[in-house]
Structures are given as structure tokens and as C-alpha cells.
Design a protein around this ligand. Structure first.
Ligand SMILES: [Zn+2]
Length: 108
């Protein structure tokens, strides 16, 4: 008798709206910034200006850096574009650092 169908939770006028969580949690909001031409240029210039890994240098090692890292992570309030907030890191230092933050943000 009761033929109430419960397959649709959203009211009809909302059904066209895509639910972002359907894409899973892999989508990093910063990824768009990291993929931007501006970041590529900024990080390239930064690597040129500071070719050695800063963390290794602090510990007395001389190691070529491979990527520009945000000293204060963007999602923790750091300025994404402020070059004072950038540092050069080698892969292993960056991996260690981002492992303690999260393990995303890998720049190729
Ligand atoms: Zn290093």
C-alpha cells in the first residue's frame, strides 16, 4: 500500500547539483594553484635563485634542491605567492616535511 519511494533524498530542484564528495577526497584545493603557469614560473625562478636544499644546508649538507616548498603551508595560512614563504627542498626533505603535513602536494 505504501508506495513511498526513498531513493531520492534531494528535492527535485536540487538534483542537478553535483555532490563534490562523489569525487573522493583526493581533490586538493591547492592543486589548481600548483598546476598554474604562475606557480611554475615562480618556483622555477626560485629554484634558480636558490638551487640548494635549504634544510640540507642547515644541517651542513650540500644537496641540490628539486622543488619549491612553502615554509608556512598555504592551507595553514601561509602566503602562496610570497617568495619569502618559499624555500628550496630536495626530494627527501620535502617528503619528510609533507609527510608530517599530509602526503599530498607532490610536484612533478
Ligand atoms: Zn634536503
Amino acid at each position: 500500500m505504501a508506495t513511498i519511494k526513498r531513493k531520492v533524498d534531494k528535492p527535485p530542484h536540487l538534483q542537478h547539483i553535483k555532490v563534490p564528495e562523489a569525487q573522493g577526497r583526493r581533490t586538493n584545493p591547492n592543486q589548481e594553484l600548483y598546476n598554474s603557469t604562475r606557480w611554475r614560473k615562480t618556483s622555477k625562478a626560485g629554484l634558480k635563485a636558490e638551487p640548494l636544499c635549504r634544510k640540507c644546508a642547515k644541517e651542513g649538507r650540500v644537496k641540490a634542491g628539486r622543488l619549491r616548498d612553502h615554509i608556512v603551508p598555504y592551507n595553514e595560512g601561509g602566503d602562496f605567492w610570497d617568495t619569502d614563504n618559499h624555500q628550496t627542498l630536495c626530494d627527501s626533505c620535502h617528503n619528510k616535511k609533507s609527510a608530517s603535513e599530509s602526503h599530498k602536494n607532490r610536484i612533478k
